[in-house]
Ligand binder design. Structure first.
Ligand code: NAD
Length: 364
């Protein structure tokens, strides 16, 4: 697949965001988040979103490209952030930064976020908190949008992919924070959208239809056929379902967002509960480093069987800590460029042409 230099992609994304009416500084920050998602292997939450989601949201008044988040930290025990339906990439930053300053003082901080529009790759916020030395927990709902996920025993689209993310700083024990950042469905819906853009089929384990089949055709799924299964799939979907319920309610209550059933579904408007914890209040950084190192070495000794299928991101001969795939992919792509398929370039170029801006997304 052709590759594109991250800096070139970021420059192009900034121009596109400006063309949607985003002020230059904000456009640059949003573009940096999107390109980082592309760099770390989550292209579903990368630059393609400008064309597949944000442009339409702006056109329909669901995303205000000039809005900035409002942070209310008058009560340090309950920080409230209103994204004002601006770019979620700005709101996520503001929320973590406010929580870092409170948690530095008190040991913990809880943030409720509403009107986040689309907070993007939630792992970015776990990484941002970890880079300041804080553990992180996030439960996110989508504010009555993105009904693509079913419940156990059904194929009706009732829930969203409600992501959860948990991060632990490692203080240099390994070269990345430990971050688990997952949709509570078998995959994020963006991964189906990306396959639809690229003209690729979806794996059978992702979806279900009313008669129990799966939906191989990503375009058909995008057109409304079938539903995503909760994480755990056909045999253990109650687990993902349970996590999705918790994210729906925690984000709805702490974030002050709405929950399914309360109003008519609309466009994505993430609400979230973020919790930051200073682990150094419980133990020393040396002890954390020792624990991570020992545990990582223990995992490295696992006996792997060639008869057992391995996940895509597991490109070596040992189990990885969560967060490692993103770190490895980022390092490689910053060096070698981001693989981008022709259709993604076409979609972005079509938006540029539509908005009358010249963009050079040529592949190197
Ligand atoms: P995924 O299935 O790709 O899983 C990613 C997580 O699993 C990462 O934490 C990664 O480090 C870990 N991981 C992957 N392979 C691993 C391996 N071999 N060993 C150890 N750990 C491994 O993610 P997903 O569920 O498809 O979600 C993708 C993205 O979509 C996430 O960034 C999520 O935040 C985002 N999302 C956002 C929204 C929103 O509304 N903002 C909604 C849903 C999902």
């Amino acid at each position: 697949m052709p590759r594109i230099d991250p800096a070139r992609l970021e420059a192009g994304a900034t121009v596109l965001l400006e063309a949607l009416g985003t002020p230059t500084d904000a456009a640059a920050q949003v573009a940096a988040s999107l390109v980082d998602a592309d760099c770390c292997g989550h292209g579903s939450h990368g630059v393609v979103r400008i064309a597949t989601m944000y442009a339409q949201m702006v056109d329909e008044g669901d995303l205000n490209p000039t809005a900035t988040p409002t942070v209310d930290d008058a009560d340090p025990g309950a920080i409230r952030v209103d994204g004002n339906r601006g770019f979620g990439q700005l709101t996520g930053r503001a929320a973590v930064d406010a929580a870092v300053s409170v948690a530095a003082d008190r040991g913990t901080a809880t943030v409720g976020i509403k009107n986040g529009a689309h907070l993007g790759r939630i792992g970015e916020w776990a990484e941002r908190a970890a880079s300041e030395g804080f553990a992180f927990i996030a439960f996110v709902n989508t504010g009555l949008a993105g009904r693509t996920v079913t419940v156990p025993g059904s194929a009706e689209r009732l829930l969203s992919t409600n992501p959860i993310a948990v991060g632990v700083p490692t203080f240099g024990a390994v070269s990345h924070p430990v971050v688990l950042d997952i949709a509570t469905s078998q995959v994020a819906h963006g991964k189906v959208t990306k396959r639809s853009v690229e003209g690729k089929p979806t794996p059978p384990a992702w979806t279900v239809t009313e008669n129990g089949d799966s939906v191989a055709d990503a375009d058909a799924f995008e057109g409304g056929t079938g539903a995503l299964l909760p994480l755990g799939g056909r045999s253990a979907g109650h687990k993902g379902f349970g996590l999705a319920v918790l994210a729906e309610l925690l984000a709805g209550v702490v974030g002050g967002g709405e929950v399914f059933g309360e109003a008519t579904p609309g466009s994505v408007n993430n609400a979230a509960a973020f919790v930051l914890i200073d682990p150094a209040r419980f133990t020393s950084r040396d002890r954390i480093r020792e624990a991570v190192t020992t545990f990582d070495n223990y995992l490295a000794e696992a006996t792997l069987s060639p008869a057992i299928e391995r996940p895509d991101a597991m490109d070596g001969d040992r189990p990885l800590l969560p967060g490692a795939p993103e770190h490895r992919t980022r390092e490689r792509r910053e060096r070698e460029g981001i693989p981008v398929d022709e259709r993604t370039i076409e979609v972005l170029s079509a938006l540029a042409a539509d908005r009358g801006v010249g963009i050079e997304f040529s592949l190197g």
